[in-house]
Design a protein around this ligand. Structure first.
Ligand code: PCA
Length: 321
């Protein structure tokens, strides 16, 4: 059996089992999250394609490093690979944050076009940090979770509002709400303890956090389609045998395509689960949409004011498509 294995490994041209690499991969979201499931498949695909020459151990839900540290530990080489919410890097450069600006790209088609325009700029910025992007996958469009129907932006005034990045904090503030940063896995507890009373997130995160236990209404404002990204430490990547590098890049391309499909399937399926559990799904009123668009316009002006020429070129490329 052992001989057969060695022969098979040798036949594939991959490094022998004794020189196999094991990579720890921190991710921020839980095992029930489709992003995590997609990453588990990515890891399994690499293990299979390399006959175990590279094994990736996924540490989900912030269990190895908290979300806010994942980029830094990949950058420093403490771990070779990791996942995070791309627009969390907006303080480094506005280019990272364009997918979290309201009403810039609200459909998957537009989100794909935006990623096409954003990717080269982001790739260059990450290269300055010794990081290589492997793949990026969007969440379903972001909607509003509240107790009672929200017919105008004014109805959000004074609410304690869960936020997951700087853009959402700005959004909540412009709506007159009080933003509180809470990680996805802490959402149920934050509502249960009264720390927050409203939020904007995808139907995936809404259903996974059993939103029906703490809010009555879901309004699919579908205002933006933000992405997660998986990055690898460049030095760690270059140390891999060339055929293993190729296998990683192939698995990454598959994971990106599969992830976008999983995301699209989730949008309706998870909204249906929320309705089955008694949540009222409300079509946004014209007044609410107009108010939110006004907030979006202000935010985009602010974003442009903080953006480099390269970051601004993302918007012009995207809008010219
Ligand atoms: N879920 C994550 C990020 C965006 C989303 O849909 C969250 O709520 O933290």
């Amino acid at each position: 059996m052992k001989n057969v294995l060695i022969a098979a490994v040798a036949a594939c041209g991959f490094a022998t089992v004794s020189s196999a690499d094991t990579w720890d991969m921190p991710t921020p979201y839980g095992d029930a999250t489709f992003h995590t499931q997609n990453i588990s498949q990515f890891a399994a695909d690499i293990a299979a394609a390399t006959d175990g020459a590279l094994e990736i151990t996924v540490h989900s839900g912030g269990s190895l490093f908290p979300h806010g540290e994942i980029r830094n530990v990949v950058r420093s080489g403490q771990v070779p690979i990791g996942e995070f919410f791309l627009s969390r890097l907006v303080n480094d450069d506005a280019a990272f944050g364009i997918d979290s600006q309201p009403f810039v790209a609200t459909s998957y088609d537009d989100a794909a076009k935006l990623w096409e325009a954003q990717k080269p700029v982001v790739t260059e910025l990450l290269a300055e940090q010794g990081l290589v992007p492997l793949f990026s996958v969007p969440w379903p469009a972001q909607g509003l979770y509240t107790n009672g129907e929200i017919e105008t932006v004014e109805a959000l005034n004074g609410l304690r509002f869960r936020a997951y990045n700087a853009a959402l904090e700005e959004f909540a503030t412009l709506a007159g709400a009080a933003p509180v940063q809470v990680e996805a896995s802490d959402i149920p507890q934050a509502f249960a303890t009264g720390q927050v009373e409203a939020m904007v997130t995808s139907p995936s995160t809404g259903a996974n956090s059993t939103a029906w236990d703490f809010v009555t209404h879901y309004t699919p404002i579908n205002a933006w389609v933000p992405k997660n990204i998986v990055v690898v430490n460049e030095r760690a990547f270059r140390r891999l045998p060339e055929d293993v590098q190729t296998a990683v890049l192939e698995a990454a391309a598959q994971a990106e395509a599969r992830g976008w499909e999983m995301s699209a399937a989730e949008a309706d399926a998870k909204t249906a689960i929320m309705a089955e559990n008694g949540m009222i799904i409300v079509t946004p009123s014209d007044a609410l949409t107009a108010g939110l668009q006004e907030i979006g316009a202000t935010m985009l002006t602010n974003w442009e004011a903080s953006a480099s020429d390269a970051a601004k070129s993302i918007l012009t490329t995207y809008q010219g498509q």
